[in-house]
Design a protein around this ligand. Structure first.
Ligand code: PLP
Length: 370
């Protein structure tokens, strides 16, 4: 099977597996215990925190480990919104991990302004500037979109928010998997990360917070993670996360080359968000007149794994809200396939895929079932 769905999840890299192994076996201790096994686990945990902080350009105390991107996004949105009721500005193309908390706050009585995007899926900076007002509780804009790969002008948006004293939450789950995301220069109040998108383990991520005291815990208990995220620490997970974050650094050029090679091989297809800066290993292809689910099934039979949109909306047949927000018709939005490249993807896999994709499209256009 040739795996080209790294935006959904990615296989564990060797660096992460090797780093994790001792913490799954002999270094199994509970990091909260003062005895030797506990101290070994604590050491691994704090080393991973320092490594993540160094790679992301923040301080170790600003790293809150979570169970993944969804929890980090939830904690940022609910934590920064706080109480009493107020107003938020949220981009219309957010992942459901931000969208649903924002909708929940809307149900609770918050006023949510949804910021639109252009036809490439990029936020309209002037409209955002108009939308964000001093006194707003938070703005939320993702760094890179999980459907199109389009990047947002985060530093520019952060400057607008800073001027008005509004904290900006940035979902960097996809961006940090292939770009050298830097917390300090990004200017956000909080960013969310997830290890499994970057060849790390599933079920672990982090919320990086400029001022962790502004956050509130979502999960209460033993007070781990400075009281912000209770629960016995997933030491093997965070150690694997730190190793994976280091391993994906410096590998974006290769992913971009492979992505460009694929798009050059298929000039007859439309690349969605082509006018935007995009994630290096990410390509969303519009195959007019062909239903994406059928194409994905056909490619699966031929040994290629790609996505019909976003695996985050598991099994959802509805057209992606991201594509509708950027003005695509529902018909076109149901005819896109997402190809996402990992650190071990090869040229021959890309070439084989391009050939197979063209064949599968021909078969489906000729009326074959898959
Ligand atoms: N944010 C984005 C942009 C994503 O692509 C995902 C992927 O599922 C998430 C958040 C959720 O991350 P996790 O799967 O770690 O909960």
């Amino acid at each position: 099977m040739v795996y080209l769905d790294h935006a959904a999840t990615s296989p564990l890299c060797d660096e992460a597996r090797v780093a994790m192994e001792p913490y799954l076996t002999e270094r199994f201790g509970n990091a909260s215990e003062p005895h030797a096994p506990g101290r070994l686990a604590r050491e691994g945990l704090e080393r991973a925190r320092a490594q993540v902080a160094e790679l992301l350009g923040c301080e170790p105390r600003q790293v809150v480990f979570t169970s993944g991107g969804t929890e980090a996004d939830n904690q940022a949105v609910f934590g920064l919104a706080g109480r009493p009721l107020g107003r938020l500005v949220v981009s219309a193309v957010e992942h459901s991990a931000v969208l649903e908390p924002a909708r929940e706050l809307e149900r609770q009585g918050f006023d949510v302004a949804w910021a639109g995007v252009d036809s490439d899926g990029v936020l309209d900076v002037a409209a955002f500037e108009q939308a964000v007002a001093s006194g707003d509780r938070l703005a939320a804009v993702m760094w890179a979109n999980n459907v199109t790969g389009a990047l947002q002008p985060v530093a520019e948006l952060a400057a607008i928010c800073a001027e008005r004293g509004v904290p900006l939450h940035v979902d960097a789950v996809q961006a940090a998997a292939s770009l050298p995301v830097d917390f300090r220069s990004g200017g956000a109040e909080t960013i969310a990360l997830s290890a499994h998108k970057m060849h790390g383990p599933k079920g672990v991520g982090a919320l990086i917070a400029r001022d962790p005291a502004r956050l509130r815990p979502l999960i209460w208990g033993g007070g781990q993670e400075s009281g912000l995220r209770s629960g016995t620490e997933n030491v093997a997970g965070v150690v694997g996360f730190a190793a994976a974050l280091a391993a994906v650094r410096g590998k974006s050029d290769r992913r971009r080359e492979l992505r460009d090679r694929l798009e050059r091989a298929l000039p007859e297809l439309t690349v969605v968000s082509d006018g935007a800066d995009r994630l290096p290993g990410h390509s969303l292809l519009l195959v007019e007149g062909v239903r994406a689910e059928l194409l994905v099934l056909s490619l699966d039979r031929a040994g290629y794994a790609v996505s019909a949109g976003s695996a985050c909306a598991s099994g959802d047949q509805e057209p992606s809200h991201v594509l509708l927000a950027q003005g695509m018709t529902p018909d076109h939005a149901r005819s896109v396939i997402r190809v996402s490249i990992g650190i071990t993807t090869t040229e021959s896999e890309i070439d084989g895929f391009a050939t197979e994709l063209r064949d599968a499209i021909e078969r489906l256009r000729a009326g074959a079932l898959v």
